[in-house]
Design a binder for this molecule. Structure first.
Ligand code: DAH
Length: 340
């Protein structure tokens, strides 16, 4: 019996020592100390041992069991430590490693310019009105003194959705909504997308405008000129001045085209201003009485001025972009350069 137990012990210890994982160790324990284990079988066989030998054999079995348990515990501890060491190793962080660079984004040039324009006008006390991109023929044309057969409709190639609805061709449509909803004094800008069937290096079927409208007592072309002077200095630099040229828009009378002195050559003449010293930047004028009257505004008391700015055009001038498509192609090489 003694030899048998000695053999069980030796075998068990050998197996414990070579078991690699916690699971394997558990298996070994079961095969020796478990219900159907070898040592348990010896205990079960005690009934066949003569009574006077039983205490001795019992003691031997217990000693063997304890010896195996001790080795098992040691092995368990070792394996656990090993597992912990491996985990620490795997989770190790090198705090001296340089941080990953986080790529920094910037706003799209159109958004940048729109925000700059908005800031300038907001600082002059303008409120913001955002219209809708789908408009009716009435708001986009008729109410702006451009009835059905008016030749000025040819100035803008329109995307019609139905005879009544269209994609707005100009943010000017917003003027009418504002004047219908609010009585003077009115001082608003209206930024947004507009649409025209037009496509070349300087035109895109979708582009952005910013409309401006001021209606109050005693508003004249002088107020417009004064405000524009202030505006162009803020956007193009303090040495830039304006020049008004006669033009035509159905909803303003008189109408003007606004030029700025070339901010690149200072007016001497260069490639940007095509040698003229002046650059056209926007359309404007004194609001046509017919438009005011259509919105129930008393033209004996009130008058107004309006202006429309092409946002892409300003962006192209400011950042020296010669093709409007560059603003819509999302080419990172272009977009990365423009971050004000
Ligand atoms: N709506 C005109 C266009 O898209 C721009 C414009 C010109 C707006 C004169 C105005 C204005 O408010 O007074 O071509």
């Amino acid at each position: 019996m003694k030899e048998k137990l000695q053999k069980i012990k030796e075998q068990a210890i050998a197996e414990i020592e070579k078991s690699e994982g916690l699971e394997k160790l558990n298996e070994v324990r079961q095969s020796i100390l478990g219900k159907k284990g070898e040592l348990t079988a010896v205990l079960k066989g005690m009934k066949d041992v003569v009574p006077e030998d039983r205490p001795k054999v019992g003691q031997l079995v217990n000693e063997t069991r304890e010896a195996i348990e001790t080795v098992l515990q040691e092995r368990l501890k070792k394996l656990e430590q090993e597992a912990l060491r491996k985990r620490y190793e795997a989770e190790k962080i090198d705090v001296t490693m340089p941080a990953k660079r986080q790529a920094k984004g910037n706003l799209h040039p159109i958004t940048q310019v729109r925000n700059q324009l908005t800031d300038i006008f907001a600082s002059m006390g303008f409120e913001i009105y955002e219209g809708t991109e789908i408009e009716t023929d009435y708001y986009n044309f008729t109410a702006l003194n451009t009835p059905q057969d008016h030749p000025a409709r040819d100035m803008q190639d329109t995307f019609y959705l139905s005879p009544e609805f269209l994609l707005r061709t100009q943010t000017s449509a917003g003027q009418i909504h504002v004047m219908e909803a609010k009585k003077p004094p009115i001082k608003i800008i209206s930024p947004g997308k507009v649409f025209r069937s037009d496509d070349d290096a300087t035109h895109s079927p979708m582009f952005s405008q910013m409309e401006g409208l001021v209606v109050d007592k005693g508003i004249t072309l002088c107020d417009l000129k004064g405000m524009l002077e202030e505006f162009v200095k803020k956007i193009f630099g303090k040495n830039v001045t304006t020049r008004l040229r006669p033009s035509y828009f159905p909803f303003t009378e008189p109408s003007v085209e606004v030029d700025v002195s070339c901010f690149q050559c200072g007016g001497k003449g260069c490639k940007l201003c095509k040698g003229t010293g002046w650059i056209e930047v926007l359309g404007a004028g004194v609001v046509n009485n017919k438009v005011l009257q259509g919105c129930d505004i008393d033209t004996d008391v009130y008058s107004g001025f309006a202006f429309g700015i092409g946002i892409e055009r300003i962006a192209m001038l400011k950042y020296g972009i010669n093709n409007i498509k560059l603003l819509f192609e999302s080419d990172m090489r272009v977009l990365k350069q423009i971050d004000e």
